[in-house]
Design a protein around this ligand. Structure first.
Ligand SMILES: [Zn+2]
Length: 291
């Protein structure tokens, strides 16, 4: 049940005094609801410009402009957030909570974690809705906070830039398509939506047994986004680099050889990814093993 209102590149009228609490961009709460992180707006006073109608007129230098009122910016972004379907487990994931405990105490991050945090926040700052944005692949071993960092980045994109974003776990994408097949629906709708959303976030890219059919699905998603010049962000447990030739993933032990991303997704997908994304390593300590 996705709302089809197009909220991409919506502009809100400028106001002379952005300090009125009706125009606050921080009056919201995010919490886990079922499988997803859900945002709700806090109570705000009536908007002095539109009295809640949502549309108004402003006058600047003798020119009158009609449009969407500034007070609608936060509700619009909350709608974007709730459509993004970020996972409930990461409802509290922000750049700040990546580096700090709720008490404010700094976490004991490894240098690569601190660097990855810096690169992700720089990437968000440089993001522009009108330019072709390079994507990101966050890679590293299990439990280093890759998904936390990706969700934090998406949250900044939504609330800071008003960007339409979709989060999908790779195995969930495959099961959605399989459900579609078994109920006689085609995968065109699902794939079409994923191909067109301005920012697509794929969690756990390359995970699973990866049958021929599954590889064809990754190929289609990545290639369609490549052609549409959409921005794709992913996490993966597999490193960039040349094919290893190893047959199995071998992620169960820290020792011994493991496959690279190219072994998992195939050379065609990997080479397209390399053209449109930057790889950022998130290594260091395993957060899940810390008490
Ligand atoms: Zn208003």
């Amino acid at each position: 049940m996705s709302d089809s209102t197009d909220l991409t590149n919506v502009t809100h009228l400028p106001v002379p005094d952005a300090d009125h609490p009706a125009w606050s961009d921080s009056a919201y709460t995010i919490e886990a609801r079922g499988e997803v992180a859900w945002a709700e707006i806090d109570l705000r006073p009536d908007c002095p410009l539109c009295q809640g109608a949502g549309r108004t007129r402003v006058e600047a230098d003798g020119v009158i402009t009609m449009g969407r009122c500034r007070c609608q910016r936060l509700p619009d972004r909350i709608q974007l957030f709730n459509r993004a379907r970020l996972p409930a487990r990461f409802a509290d994931a922000t750049f700040v909570s990546f580096a700090q405990e709720p008490s404010g105490q700094l976490k004991d991050l490894a240098p690569s974690g601190i660097m990855a945090l810096g690169e992700c926040s720089q990437w968000v700052e440089g993001f522009g809705p009108e330019i072709e944005n390079r994507g990101i692949v966050l890679h590293g071993p299990v439990g280093r906070g890759k998904t936390h960092l990706m969700v934090a980045l998406l949250r900044e994109l939504i609330f800071g830039h008003g960007v339409e974003v979709r989060f999908i776990e790779f195995s969930r994408l495959l099961s959605m398509l399989k459900e579609g097949y078994s109920s006689g629906r085609s995968d065109a709708g699902i794939l079409g939506e994923l191909a067109q959303v301005p920012v697509l976030a794929i969690d756990e890219l390359g995970k699973g047994r990866l049958t021929e059919w599954e590889l064809a699905v990754i190929d289609e998603v990545i290639c369609r986004r490549y052609n549409a010049m959409g921005c794709t962000i992913s996490t993966t447990n597999y490193a960039p680099g040349d094919p290893t030739g190893f047959e199995s993933a071998n992620l169960s032990t820290a020792k011994g050889p493991s496959q690279n991303l190219v072994d998992r997704v195939g050379e065609r997908v990997y080479s397209r990814l390399c053209q449109v994304v930057d790889f950022i390593e998130v290594a260091g300590k395993d957060h899940r093993k810390q008490g």
